[in-house]
Design a protein. Structure first.
Length: 276
């Protein structure tokens, strides 16, 4: 109020700051994953799911350069770094070079998914030495090769996630698949041993055991045989690669401290942890 009795009102403008919605951080943002055998089937689904969740993806392929290049473009469309390597993980020297190249190109290696695998089915009486050796080398030896090559990097980081693809066949066996069953059972034992050796260094090692998953590899099988497998499942269908990929994404999280467990598909199509 002044001497004349007038009242002055000071208006102070205020600004309402609208709270910005918090950006959801992708599950694997900033992580680098190496996935073997990723040009099709389960491997491709895992690569796509990882890229969707923000991971930079390195992957291997052997058969088709065109498929490898196409997948590289699909993954890069998610805004992540992606690169395919034509490499044979069953070759010890090639696997060592692969891991070194990935670390050089991406600057880190946080996750390994050993997915490369083949079948050469036959009854034991008709199975050749070549059929046995090839399946063991591609399915089992490749896991040893890539994990051994990556151990130095992960130990230096004191962090890492190793995910090895096994199968329920490695647990219960299957007629006509002695080589495949042995390779997948070997992966389970290997995974548990790695968990015991590297767990204290912050490195997790897990095996995921899908049931019957319908992929291009099973498309080549006799339809009557495939249908008999479907009939043995209460849902009357096989699993899909995308269903398997979801579990790999979940188990890659740093917050998940599960180590040396098997994940299998139960009678209702759900994935369960099997604690030993």
């Amino acid at each position: 109020m002044d001497r004349n009795g007038h009242v002055s009102v000071l208006c102070i403008p205020y600004i309402i700051f609208k709270k910005q919605p918090k950006k959801r951080m992708s599950l694997l943002e900033g992580k680098t994953a190496l996935i073997t055998g990723a040009s099709k089937g389960i491997g491709k689904s895992i690569a796509m799911k990882y890229a969707q969740e923000g991971a930079n993806v390195a992957f291997t392929y052997l058969s088709s350069v065109e498929r490898g290049q196409a997948l590289e473009a699909e993954l890069a469309a998610f805004g992540v770094k992606a690169k395919g390597y034509r490499s044979d993980a069953s070759d010890f020297a090639a696997a060592d070079k692969l891991v070194n190249d990935v670390v050089a190109d991406f600057g880190a290696l946080d996750i390994i998914v050993n997915n490369a695998g083949i079948t050469k089915d036959n009854l034991l009486m008709r199975m050749t030495e070549e059929m046995w050796d090839t399946v063991i080398n591609v399915n089992l030896k490749s896991c040893f090769n890539t994990v051994k090559a990556a151990t130095r990097t992960m130990m230096k980081q004191r962090a890492g996630s190793i995910i090895n693809i096994t199968s329920v066949v490695g647990v219960k066996g299957n007629a006509g698949q002695a080589n495949y069953s042995a390779s997948k059972a070997g992966i389970i034992g290997f995974t548990k041993s790695v968990a015991l050796e590297l767990g204290s260094r912050g490195i997790r090692s897990n095996a995921v055991a899908p049931g019957f998953i319908e992929t291009e590899m099973t498309d080549a099988l006799d339809e009557k045989t495939v249908q008999s497998w479907r009939d043995g499942i209460p849902l009357k269908r096989g699993g899909s690669p995308d269903e398997v990929a979801y579990q790999r994404k979940w188990i890659s999280k740093e917050q998940i401290t599960v180590t040396s467990e098997k994940f299998g598909k139960n009678a209702y199509g759900n994935y369960l942890r099997q604690l030993d």
